[in-house]
Design a binder for this molecule. Structure first.
Ligand SMILES: Cc1cc2nc3c(=O)[nH]c(=O)nc-3n(C[C@H](O)[C@H](O)[C@H](O)COP(=O)(O)OP(=O)(O)OC[C@H]3O[C@@H](n4cnc5c(N)ncnc54)[C@H](O)[C@@H]3O)c2cc1C
Length: 314
């Protein structure tokens, strides 16, 4: 019998890779259009060109030898210094490489787990139909399974929705996890801005801004990714996207762009983690992994996903 993994972000992909390496059959379900979760690339149409900008994680750090080896194997390059790495030609190249050969149902939003004598059944709907996190639409879901075990790698509040009916004590563990939000503005300009490739201002709305095209292997363009600080993003969380874009543009001191987009990350960087690599309840066949277990870094998600796989295999 196979194992189901909810979420094909770095934690889910790392968990799946380790389980498959150990000969286990694995199926992943992810509500996104492509694997990667918070490591993603957004398209911006500029005239007749389509540019891809890294709208989530900006770069990776790699202290864990297995993560460092993966970055090397997949051709990540140093940027903006020797301590940090970016995949080429976009951040999404890493999850795409990790997803190769895995059985992933993309665009499927898992709405419930159902215990049966034979294991867990997963209820899922096309992601486009599930607008709010809950309540889920009154529709007959598709059902897959039974699976001998389920690994949930969604961000903690989304994992809690699935866990609460079956394992309220696991949900309680997640109560202490805190994420900062992040409003992100992407923009392409006609002229080069008189700014360094990366900025981390000490005050004001901007936490980080980078000339996306200064990363290795990107298309030539004056493209920028501007991230607001968690405090500013919290204060402006429900503001209209256009107002946020205007304020971040003003903070950057930039002219009107040729093309722009915004992204509101409700769960961006983990501010308070669980403090353990993963959670595994062998008696129920339920596990949890993700950056929220350890720290708000892609590397932490990778370590957590592998730790859960090891716990499941033990
Ligand atoms: C704006 C921003 C900037 C960042 N910058 C950096 C950085 O520079 N360096 C760094 O190391 N890290 C950075 N991070 C953090 C990094 O992106 C995350 O730590 C990491 O990607 C988390 O991986 P994960 O697998 O734990 O979760 P996620 O990537 O969130 O993956 C979870 C997956 O679960 C899926 N999912 C959720 N609920 C369901 C459901 N019910 N059914 C089906 N699928 C579901 C989602 O679609 C998603 O694909 C940044 C994050 C953001 C948002």
């Amino acid at each position: 019998m196979s194992i189901a993994i909810i979420g094909a972000g770095l934690a889910g992909l790392a968990c799946a890779a380790r389980l498959r390496e150990a000969g286990r059959e694995v199926r992943l379900f992810d509500k996104g259009r492509a694997p990667g979760g918070r490591i993603g690339t957004k398209r911006l149409e500029v005239g007749d060109r389509t540019l891809r900008l890294d709208h989530g994680a900006q770069y990776f750090t790699a202290r864990d030898p297995a993560f460092a080896a993966l970055l090397e194997q997949t051709g990540a390059q140093h940027w903006p210094d020797a301590e940090r790495f970016v995949p080429v030609p976009a951040m999404s190249a890493l999850p795409r490489a990790m997803a190769e050969g895995l059985d992933i149902a993309q665009g499927r939003h898992v709405t419930a787990l159902e215990p049966t004598a034979g294991g867990w059944l997963l209820h899922h709907l096309p992601a486009g139909l599930v607008r709010a996190q809950a309540p889920f639409p009154e529709m007959e879901p598709d059902v897959d399974g039974p699976f001998e075990a389920v690994a949930i790698t969604a961000p903690a509040p989304q994992a809690a929705l699935l866990l609460t009916p079956h394992a309220p004590q696991l949900t309680q563990m997640l109560d202490g996890v805190v994420y900062g939000p992040c409003w992100t503005w992407l923009a392409v300009f006609a002229e080069r801005l008189d700014l360094p490739d990366t900025l981390r201002p000490n005050d004001g709305p901007i936490g980080w801004a980078a000339r996306d095209a200064s990363k290795p292997g990107r298309e030539a363009a004056e493209s920028w990714v501007v991230q607001a600080t968690p405090a500013w993003s919290r204060a402006h969380l429900e503001d209209p996207a256009a107002a946020v874009a205007a304020l971040l543009r003003e903070a950057l001191g930039a002219p009107l762009p040729l093309a722009e987009a915004t992204q509101r990350w409700r769960y961006s960087l983990v501010e308070q983690a669980l403090g353990q690599p993963c959670v595994w309840d062998g008696s129920r066949g339920l596990g949890l992994a993700g950056d929220f277990c350890l720290a708000g870094r892609a590397e932490a998600a990778f370590i957590s996903g592998r730790a859960l796989a090891e716990a499941m295999l033990y």
